[in-house]
Design a protein around this ligand. Sequence first.
Ligand code: C2E
Ligand code: MG
Ligand code: MG
Ligand code: MG
Length: 289
Amino acid sequence: QAKRLGKDRLEIYTPELHERTMTRRRTENVLRNAIAEDRFIVHYQPIVDLADERVVGVEALVRLVDDHNNLVPPATFIEVAEESGLVVPMGNWVLHESCRAVVALRERTGLPLTLSVNIAARQVARADFAQAVLRTLAETGLPEESLTLELTESALLEADVATLDQLVQLRDRGVVVGLDDFGTGYSSLSYLRSFPVSHLKVDRSFVAGLGRERGTADGASGSDDLAIVRSVIRLAEDLGLRWIAEGVETAEQRDVLRSLGRGLGQGYLWSRPVPADDLLDLLLPASVS
Ligand code: C2E
Ligand code: MG
Ligand code: MG
Ligand code: MG
């Protein structure tokens, strides 16, 4: 049946749409409870220098702990978190918790690890965003230069003048702004010049085809991916930006990336995202050698 929404909006109510609305509402409730009950945890994935494969930093990736103590991946709730605005309190918590954890890791290992945190459009659009970030850094003791805020192309495209101003303010204080999933959004190359971005993250969908030049099951050819990755790296290096290749799973992919330039890598080849304590095991042998 159809349901009237106001004068001229008519929404067709299908069972599928109803199901989706219910799922959304359920997810929103789960998120609300998770925030109230502290049911998020952060996992950390190492970022390595491709040249020597030493860990130089970590990316914070949030997970939700459900009623049965299962870890729920962000893919199932980030969209709802953004739409409902719940991504703001969640994101504040992730930022604070990950800064705290990385400061502890730096102290335990003696390594000057950097921290990358994903920031949603709704978060950065808040008038107090820059202030909140600087306050968290001051409270936890993480140096400004050791924090990278990862924004997506669409988040940057949505940003108004006041938002960009906050990013410039943060950059001037030393905080790094990186462009996540580069190449998957509505890439407008001109914003690389005008936005306060200092590194690019090559999306893992392009990295996947490296070392697989004969093409993939979905019809995408590995040599197309190689051309794209090579161009993105070239672009980054010519603009004086740092680059990180994400989703590196094989030694072949690592070797191809190494041959293309001087950058960083992240992916299952080195480690999946893990709890901070597990990272310690990975880092401690490195720090004593
Ligand atoms: P992202 O920022 O692009 O993070 C990289 C994603 O790729 C992570 O998925 C990571 O686990 C996965 N990954 C890393 N290496 C490999 C690999 O070698 N192979 C494959 N197949 N995957 C790899 P995850 O943790 O499920 O996060 C998904 C997305 O959720 C993130 O993508 C990010 O956009 C979002 N997200 C995660 N945490 C947060 C957060 O705290 N705040 C916000 N706003 N978004 C977050
Ligand atoms: Mg990211
Ligand atoms: Mg990414
Ligand atoms: Mg991604």
